[in-house]
Design a protein around this ligand. Sequence first.
Ligand SMILES: [Zn+2]
Length: 431
Amino acid sequence: MLRIYDTRAGRIEEFPGGRAVRVYTCGPAVRRRAHVGDLRTYVLSDLIRRVLERRRTRVVVCRNLIDADSGSGGPDRGHEDVFRDDSAALNLRPPEHTPRAGEPAGLTIELIAKLVERGHAYAAPDGSVYFDVRTFPAYGEISGKRLDELEPADPHGRFHADWAMWRPADGEPGLDAPWGRGLPGPHVECSALSLRFLGERVDLHVGSADLLFPQHEEERAQSDAATGHEVVRHWVHGGRVLFDGHEMAGSAGDAGAAVPLSDVAAAGLDPLAVRLAFLEHHYRQPLDLTWDTLRAADRTVRRWRARVAEWSESPSAPMASSYAERVEAAFDDDLDTPAALRILRELEEDESVAAGSKFETFLHLDQVLALDLSTEIGKPRVLPAGAGELLDRRARARETSDWAAADRLRDELAELGVTVTDTPEGQSWAL
Ligand SMILES: [Zn+2]
């Protein structure tokens, strides 16, 4: 059974799953180009899906697309296309529902009207509609913030922490609502869309820790006040991502430090190196990505693919079940992918396990890891010019126990893009 950290409960909780699981993932803001940091949340959501699906649980995911703050400015379909390509490059299974914010248009108005009717929201004289946070005493349970500690969200509300769910449009394009022409506030969408597409019970809500406050507090208050019960069972938050120690574009980011996934591919690295680099770190830990981390992950992905291709030539053998069970137990243990990958490396090097068993085990686990480990099977492997001779020299150096020369030749081969691994059968190489 999956055990996962629930931010609101403040502890790891059991998640029995069941036949069908409903997951809501806070979507990307398509008003700017996505960078690799944004993608961590979606890899997390995909990982949860794959861990649950291997037990045949049906997972239904809704992920919105955030067009723009408060609806100003249109969506940038170009950024949306980039995000779709990035998702495919990272092997993210497409969500079942991908509503765009504001589509269908009436949803947020319907939700706000319901909140007004139930006494949880009020219209202000200027045409704004505020959530009346004092009617929702559970506010702050996800972030641990208390109402009396909060800075005023908006000077026009009745209470310092009330937030505007609706704003008058002031000449800009807007929607017609019972409170006049206007636009929904930025955090109403998620409540409205999750209630519309997943219903009144959401098993897991996945988002970046950056959105914990106030976004997710507001989302919870709106959804729960509208339905009269707790809508989200578990709140799951992924840690933030820096690149070379810098914040990337986003709420507090530096646009110059943002690395889009296309830069990773342009540097000659496999985009799935980014997926592996995420999996090498626990999802809740903040992560500082560097080019070195990505290059190391790229080498691992390529080496594993080459080894899977090699192992595919060996006599077939059953899966190494004790290894597979340990890896799956790590997945179930609050998605402990760093431990899972350590166990896989142990298996890779375990000389007592037949190559055919390694093959079966790696490919079985790749259903969750999604690193495309089978892609080199059957492909002719072509060494770059000069590499064959270096490999021969290295084999002779090893025969004569000239380890210094062997190490030097390994470095020279690495510069040509050839990774050498020493195995009991001699050296093997991967591109
Ligand atoms: Zn959201």
